[in-house]
Design a protein around this ligand. Structure first.
Ligand code: KG4
Ligand code: ZN
Length: 308
């Protein structure tokens, strides 16, 4: 079965072809360089670039495949930026009408979960941790259609904290990979972490407290006219996030006893979090780096699972 999928929920326009769980082709057009100068995504600009980029990708798609061979068309239906989602919705449905093929509108968040199972068979129950620039969620997949959201962030997403602290430290955007690199080079020197947050529901997350702790420390140094030790704050942020995610995962594994665990979303590219994850369970699924960030292959993989 040949599946064609579109992802356009945020600032990546992505097309993918997946045949019987084998990736055939994927092309993603990122807008990161455009939004970089604003320090975050500007929705109106994102929609306009989706319109431009999706035309380019449609031309490429036609060169890759005889469109009549496509069996199913899938697209990211929610959640996301409304103007961006609309572009994927219109293209998917128009192609569906022209080719007379079924169209599936799917959850972007569920798609992230299945990014860990591209070219792999699913295992249930699996405990999934989704950490990205927009979402932080702990989910228990009991079967392909039965998902329990055990907890989610009450404030900022993990990636958002990385980006905001990087901005405060004037390190650049997106902050996650920059801070991760600084941590890799200096982890032996700075091993401290900050206070780990607590929430009412034990599996929820709250990251704004970590962000505030660091911002206060930086502001105090600024007030005292001291030199800011950027590397120290970058390392301590990463140490704190790893400790916190580890604590939550251990508690959920103990309670739900999943057969496998997976780590997905943009932040799942993080070296320290990946390393910590591998020590948590005997059956750990991590997506390939190209599938950590928003991409259409994960939407195609989700469509293939839903069609089983
Ligand atoms: O899933 P994603 O590509 O986009 C959305 O959330 O829409 O995630 C992007 C986020 C950004 O906040 C970025 O800073 C973060 O993922 N990120 C990382 C790393 N690579 C990307 N965070 C920590 N460590 C990384 N290596
Ligand atoms: Zn995403």
């Amino acid at each position: 079965m040949l599946i064609f999928a579109i992802e356009s929920s945020h600032d990546d326009t992505s097309f993918a072809l997946l045949e019987n769980n084998k990736p055939i082709w994927m092309k993603t057009m990122s807008q990161i360089e455009i939004h970089k100068k604003y320090g975050g995504t500007i929705p109106e600009i994102a929609s306009r670039y989706h319109v431009k980029n999706i035309g380019i990708l449609l031309e490429e798609l036609k060169k890759q495949v005889d469109l009549s061979k496509i069996d199913i068309i899938a697209y990211s239906q929610f959640p996301g930026l409304i103007g961006s989602l609309q572009v994927g919705y219109i293209v998917a449905n128009t192609l569906g009408l022209i080719l007379n093929k079924p169209v599936m509108g799917l959850s972007h968040l569920e798609g992230h979960f299945f990014s860990a199972f591209i070219e792999k068979e699913t295992v249930f129950p699996t405990l999934g941790l989704l950490v990205s620039g927009g979402h932080s969620q702990l989910m228990l997949y009991k079967s392909k259609d039965e998902i329990e959201i055990l907890g989610e962030t009450l404030d900022d997403a993990v990636g958002e904290v990385y980006d905001k602290i990087a901005r405060k430290l004037e390190l650049g955007f997106p902050g996650g990979p920059i801070i991760d690199e600084l941590w890799s080079e200096n982890k032996d020197k700075y091993q401290d972490h900050l206070t780990i947050p607590k929430t009412k529901n034990e599996f929820d997350f709250s990251f704004s407290g970590i962000k505030t702790q660091i911002i206060n420390l930086i502001n105090n140094q600024v007030n005292r006219k001291e030199k800011i030790n950027k590397i120290k704050y970058a390392c301590e942020l990463q140490n704190t996030i790893v400790k916190y995610l580890e604590k939550q995962m251990k508690a959920a594994i103990l309670k739900y006893k999943p057969k496998a665990i997976c780590l997905v979303g943009g932040v799942s590219a993080n070296k320290a979090i990946r390393e910590m994850f591998l020590g948590l369970h005997e059956n750990v699924y991590l997506p390939k780096l190209e599938y950590t960030t928003d991409n259409a292959m994960m939407i195609a993989r989700l469509a293939s699972e839903k069609n089983k």
